[in-house]
Design a binder for this molecule. Structure first.
Ligand code: SF4
Length: 441
């Protein structure tokens, strides 16, 4: 029996994969350690979305190496595993730069990690980067350990879109949608473990096309209607959507499924059609606005978050102004914005007219100021009003609990007698920079 510690970087899909790796390691008899220092199996589940992400891994591996050397002195077993998107795209590089890493497997080989550790013999490094999501989901353990009231559930993996700045199609492979009956079975198991909110995951979650129990091909909307019938499920969310796949069927789900939250993460990246074209995003700014209108017409209380990239190759001041104009039109409840980061092997990396770093920083600062102001005014708009809050954990103060509103805002509830997992109507009394305070009605 060993103690394992999993460090998960990057996206929600990595968080889900890390949970499934932990299930398999516990099923194999290993125990979860509370910190890297208490573990003799270290698993790094990596992200390669931006350059900084790669480098973060190598600095952590440096620390892991020291722990391994200490273990070798005392003759203890110590295994280092690297998985996730950097393992998929840079397995040879990792093996060269960090020869003390024992097991390097891609994100679609995580179902074999427990077996690898069992069969691992010193000196025989294991490297596997097969790309077969179907196989992964077929062989992931069905034993679940430790679930929170709000949990992710991957329904679709991989991507066929090849946006020119993105590595995901190279690290997660082609789009694969799980069978709906598989997903429903996993959801039922999660509900039996007191999960109340399920967040459906996919790189392009709204291009989900899985086989239903009726043999038909189901889309995301059809799946949501089926999940909404499950006893005990209080909330459904889904992420990440692609604007090109927003259609009437998902608007129908928002109109009719009460437990589907009125908050959609819809990355736009830029407001300039010229930039969107060079990004190969397959929609225009006008079409994006139509998606927003379609969803807003389905529920008047609908709100949005988004992703932005500034400084994409060739982006002019006028292009950037178009992004600001779009942001002004929509007013986002939340948003994530980044400077363009050239990724090895992507088409954009080789594009002419790369934008100077300081120009990227200027634009990011301007955009983030506006987005932060929009988020603050969205939150302030609820002071004196009411939100429905799912209690997720205890608060720092006596009789205080913390939860998430339907817009994923963090809400501290004072004088609360609620249980974790309860959904309460809360009167908002105060708005802080990134959270709210309220009392139960
Ligand atoms: S849609 Fe584009 S940005 Fe999103 S995962 Fe696919 S290639 Fe990457």
């Amino acid at each position: 029996m060993k103690q394992f510690f999993i460090k998960s970087y990057g996206c929600q899909m990595n968080s889900y994969d890390s949970l499934r790796i932990a299930d398999a390691l516990q099923e194999a008899g290993h125990k979860s350690a509370s910190s890297m220092n208490d573990a003799n199996i270290l698993v790094f589940n990596t992200c390669s979305i931006r350059e900084k992400a790669d480098e973060k891994l190598f600095s952590d591996l440096g620390r892991a190496r020291l722990k391994k050397l200490q273990a070798q002195v005392t003759g203890d077993d110590f295994i280092i595993v690297v998985t996730g998107c950097v393992a998929q795209s840079k397995s040879e590089d990792i093996a060269k730069r960090a020869p003390y890493v024992d097991i390097i497997v891609g994100p679609q080989e995580i179902h074999k990690i427990a077996e690898d550790i069992k069969n691992f013999e010193k000196k025989n490094k294991i490297i596997r980067t097969e790309s077969n999501a179907q196989n992964k989901f077929l062989h992931l353990t069905h034993q679940f350990f430790n679930r929170e009231v709000s949990e992710f559930l991957t329904i679709q993996e991989g991507c066929d879109n090849f946006c020119t700045y993105c590595v995901v199609p190279y690290t997660r492979g082609r789009e694969f949608s799980r069978d709906a009956s598989d997903i429903i079975a996993e959801a039922k198991k999660m509900l039996s473990m007191n999960v109340k909110e399920i967040i459906l995951l996919g790189q392009n979650v709204n291009s989900y096309r899985g086989i239903g129990p009726d043999g038909e091909t189901w889309n995301l909307s059809r799946l949501i209607f089926a999940l909404a019938d499950l006893d005990g499920l209080k909330r459904i969310r889904y992420t990440t959507s692609n604007p090109k796949d927003v259609d009437e069927s998902i608007a129908l789900a928002h109109r009719e499924v009460a437990i589907l939250m009125p908050f959609v993460h819809l990355p736009v990246q830029s407001g300039s059609n010229a930039v969107l074209q060079r990004m190969n995003r397959k929609y225009s700014a006008e079409e994006y606005l139509k998606c927003i209108d379609l969803l807003r017409d389905s529920r008047s209380d609908m709100a949005f978050s988004s992703d932005f990239i500034v400084g994409f190759p060739g982006e002019t001041d006028d292009d950037f102004q178009k992004t600001l104009d779009l942001v002004e039109k929509i007013k986002f409840a939340q948003a994530y914005s980044f400077k363009y980061s050239p990724r090895p092997g992507t088409a954009a990396e080789k594009m002419p007219n790369q934008v100077p770093e300081e120009r990227k920083s200027e634009r990011l600062q301007i955009l983030q100021k506006i987005l932060n102001d929009q988020q603050s005014s969205f939150n302030e708009g609820y002071v004196g009003g009411h939100l429905n809050v799912l209690v997720t954990k205890g608060g720092r103060h006596k009789n205080q609990q913390v939860g998430r509103s339907e817009y994923s805002q963090s809400v501290a509830i004072c004088d609360s007698y609620l249980e974790i997992g309860d959904v309460a109507r809360v009167k908002i009394t105060e708005s802080m920079s990134h959270s709210l305070v309220g009392v139960v009605v």
